[in-house]
Write a protein that binds this ligand. Structure first.
Ligand code: NAD
Length: 396
């Protein structure tokens, strides 16, 4: 079929298999071009099909020749209906990993459930024995608690008062004022239940209990801080409360892994266009200004550049890990540079519908958004017929 993007707000309902494969190939080529990393050899990535998780899986496999197991929640294709981008990405990743002689198997299901944890543990026991790196990169709006069956929904709200600021509709370029009402009732607790650290700890506890974590195993989860501009809706909002909880969980996991000499870290990453970040009001305007400034200064990075740097310059340098005052790994250093933030803050003041395409990188934002789904990828012929029915090799 001929596949075109069909968008609804910050969601794209279709995905292009050849475009997704090309994105994966580009990421593989980037990692290979940077040379080998002396990293973990048996890696579990939870949230492995898009964004930072996919970049982590690719960096482990093609930077360190690692065997990888990926866990994600994605829609397979059906006749006449495309699969989700994460599904096509995973099919492409496995294909290229297998061609390179690398072990790669994937489990498509709800990572918050006990069943998926049990399936993963069974697979590790059968195929790999023990794991030495666990990347935790889930981004989800909902979580069903595996013990109680309660379904929690996360919200993106400020805490304590209404937050009003500018935002942009990145499809139309219209800049407008948005007011977001503060969290109420159980909003904060619900968001912490979905995006906080409880499930990360449950994973590590389950893996340890079944003796599938190797001595010296590391686990890393991803967080974000960002600037004053977005603080009210991000870091000091409901999602920030969840990130505080995630960051605190790193210490309790490290404690629980003492006998294995294991370590848990949170890496604070840069703001990037992913399915998760497109959904947060105000952030798309910030990102389009940030990208403009970072590209002009030659500092721009995507998911793969971020994660390749995280592995090669932070996690696997052979030296003690450099951490910030709160014990976090930082690869948002370039985003948070004073000169970058000062310029973004200045541009923010003047940003309007009329000038955004000039002072911001709206085009870059929009391209990145469509790229997430395999569209607008250079060298792909979108007028050509493609087979929407792509299978993930390890599922068959
Ligand atoms: P993403 O939406 O691209 O990826 C999320 C992954 O989680 C996908 O593989 C998806 O299949 C998987 N997933 C979601 N729900 C699942 C479930 N129930 N079971 C199994 N898999 C499930 O997200 P991302 O932007 O790469 O975010 C990953 C992490 O990085 C998050 O913790 C996010 O807060 C953090 N982060 C993101 C940014 C950013 O700007 N995007 C910046 C810093 C940190």
């Amino acid at each position: 079929m001929i596949i075109e993007p069909r968008t609804r707000g910050f969601i794209c309902l279709t995905a292009h298999p050849t475009g997704c494969e090309k994105n994966v190939i580009n990421q593989i080529d980037y990692v290979k071009s940077k040379g080998k990393i002396n990293g973990a050899k048996k890696v579990l990535v939870i949230g492995s099909s898009t964004g930072f998780g996919l970049a982590s899986r690719i960096t482990s496999a093609f930077g360190s020749d690692a065997a990888t197991i990926g866990v994600f929640f994605d829609k397979p294709s059906a006749p006449g209906k495309t699969g989700s981008a994460g599904y096509y990405n995973t099919a492409a990743f496995e294909k290229h990993a297998h061609q390179a002689g690398l072990y790669a198997k994937s489990i498509n299901g709800d990572a918050f459930s006990n069943e998926v944890k049990a399936d993963v543990i069974k697979l590790i026991k059968e195929d790999l024995g023990q794991i030495d790196l666990v990347i935790y990169s889930l981004a989800s709006p909902v979580r069903t608690h595996p013990d109680t069956g309660t379904r929690y929904k996360s919200v993106l709200k400020p805490i304590g008062g209404v937050f009003s600021n500018k935002t942009v509709d990145f499809h139309t370029g219209v800049v407008s004022e948005i007011s977001i009402n503060p969290a109420e009732g159980d909003d904060i607790a619900n968001t912490v239940a979905v995006m906080g650290g409880e499930d990360w700890k449950m994973w590590i506890d389950a893996l340890k209990k079944e003796n599938v974590l190797a001595t010296g195993a590391k686990t890393v989860a991803y967080s974000y801080i960002g600037p004053k501009l977005t603080e009210a809706v991000y870091r000091k909002g409901t999602i920030g409360a969840a990130k505080d909880h995630l960051e605190a969980t790193a210490f309790s996991i490290t404690n629980s892994l003492k006998d294995l000499k294991g370590e848990a870290y949170v890496s604070v990453n840069k703001a990037l266009v992913t399915q998760a970040s497109s959904a947060i009001p105000v952030i798309p305007l910030y990102i389009s200004l940030l990208f403009k400034v970072m590209k002009e200064k030659g500092l721009h990075e995507g998911c793969i550049e971020q994660i390749q740097r995280l592995y090669s310059e932070r996690l696997y340098t052979g030296n003690p890990m450099q951490l910030d005052a709160k014990g976090r790994v930082r690869v948002d250093d370039l985003e948070m540079r004073e000169d970058v933030q000062a310029e973004v803050a200045k541009l923010w003041e003047t940003a309007t519908t009329e000038n955004l395409s000039e002072i911001g990188d709206l085009e870059g934002y929009s391209n990145d958004f469509f790229n997430l789904f395999g569209f607008k990828v250079p060298s792909i012929d979108y007028n050509a017929e493609v087979d929407e029915m792509v299978a993930i090799p390890s599922e068959h």
